[in-house]
Design a protein around this ligand. Structure first.
Ligand code: SAH
Length: 240
C-alpha cells in the first residue's frame, strides 16, 4: 500500500520544505512525490534539507496542475488546517488509513498538501474525496508543511508499513473510477442537466459542487460509472 500512496505538494514556495517533505516521506517508507508547479525546483536548499532522501527528489514528478497529478488516482485526500463553508467530509489521519485499507488497497491514491501561505483552494478540494485534518490546538492549527506530511506519514506507516495489507472492504471486481473518469462524468452531467433545463446558469457552480460531493462520497467503480453515463446519453437523446 505505501508504494501506491502519492504525496502531492501544490505550489510550494520554499524549496527547503520540499526537501523536508522528502526526508519525512523516506522515514515513513513513502516514495512517490509529486510537485504541482513548485516555485523553485530543483534546488540546493531542497537537497540539503532532504538529508539523504535526495533520490525522492530526483524521482519527483513535476506537474502543471493538480488535476494532472491525481488523474489516475482512485481516492484523493486534501490536507487542510481549515474547515470550509461547504463541508467536505472530514477525516483524521487514522481514519484516512481505514478508508485506504477498505477501499483502495492496490490502486494509486493521493494525499495533497497546500501552499505554505494559503493552503488549498476550494477548486482544488473539488478534486478531493475527503478533507484530511490533523487534530491539534484550535488556536494554532497550521503545521509546517513537512511536519504535516510527517504526521500523516507516521499513521500510514503504522497502518501499512510492517504488515501485509488486509482488505476488509467488499470492493468488487471492477476498479474504482479514476479522477479523470469522474471529471468527464461531471462534464457530461453538467451538459445533460443544462440540456433538460434543470440547471439555472447562476446556480450551476454550487449545484455542480454539491453533486460532486454526492458522487465522491460513494466511490463509484468503473462499471457503475458506465451505467450512469448510459443514462445521461439516453436522456440527452430523448430530449432532442
Ligand atoms: N496558512 C495555510 C496553511 C498552510 S500549511 C492555510 O491557512 O491553509 C501548509 C499545508 O500543510 C496545508 O495546506 C495543509 O496541506 C498542511 N497542513 C498544515 N496544518 C495542517 C493540519 N492541522 N491538518 C491538515 N493539514 C495541515
Amino acid at each position: 500500500m505505501l508504494s501506491n500512496i502519492r504525496i502531492v505538494l501544490v505550489e510550494t514556495s520554499h524549496p527547503g520544505n520540499i526537501g523536508g517533505v522528502a526526508r519525512a516521506m523516506k522515514n515513513m517508507a513513502l516514495s512517490q512525490l509529486y510537485l504541482v508547479t513548485p516555485k523553485i525546483f530543483p534546488s540546493a536548499d531542497a537537497t540539503a534539507r532532504a538529508a539523504g532522501a535526495d533520490e525522492l527528489l530526483s524521482k519527483a514528478v513535476v506537474c502543471e496542475s493538480l488535476a494532472e497529478a491525481v488523474r489516475d488516482c482512485t481516492v484523493v485526500f486534501g490536507a487542510s488546517a481549515r474547515s470550509r463553508t461547504i463541508s467536505w467530509p472530514e477525516v483524521e489521519p487514522r481514519a484516512c488509513t481505514h478508508i485506504l485499507r477498505t477501499l483502495a488497497s492496490d490502486t494509486s491514491v493521493a494525499i495533497v498538501f497546500g501552499r505554505e501561505n494559503s493552503g488549498l483552494k476550494n477548486h482544488e478540494l473539488d478534486l478531493c474525496h475527503y478533507l484530511l485534518r490533523i487534530p491539534c490546538n484550535a488556536a494554532f492549527s497550521s503545521l509546517n508543511l513537512a511536519a504535516a506530511v510527517q504526521v500523516v506519514g507516521y499513521e500510514l506507516f503504522l497502518a501499512f508499513g510492517e504488515q501485509a495489507p488486509v482488505n476488509i472492504g467488499d470492493a468488487g471486481a471492477d476498479p474504482l473510477a479514476t479522477v479523470e473518469q469522474m471529471d468527464s462524468f461531471y462534464t457530461h452531467l453538467h451538459e445533460t442537466i443544462a440540456d433538460i433545463g434543470f440547471l439555472h446558469p447562476d446556480k450551476s457552480k454550487s449545484i455542480m459542487r454539491r453533486l460532486r460531493r454526492i458522487f465522491n462520497r460513494i466511490h463509484l467503480d468503473s462499471k457503475e460509472l458506465d451505467i450512469l453515463r448510459g443514462i445521461l446519453r439516453f436522456s440527452q437523446n430523448h430530449n432532442k
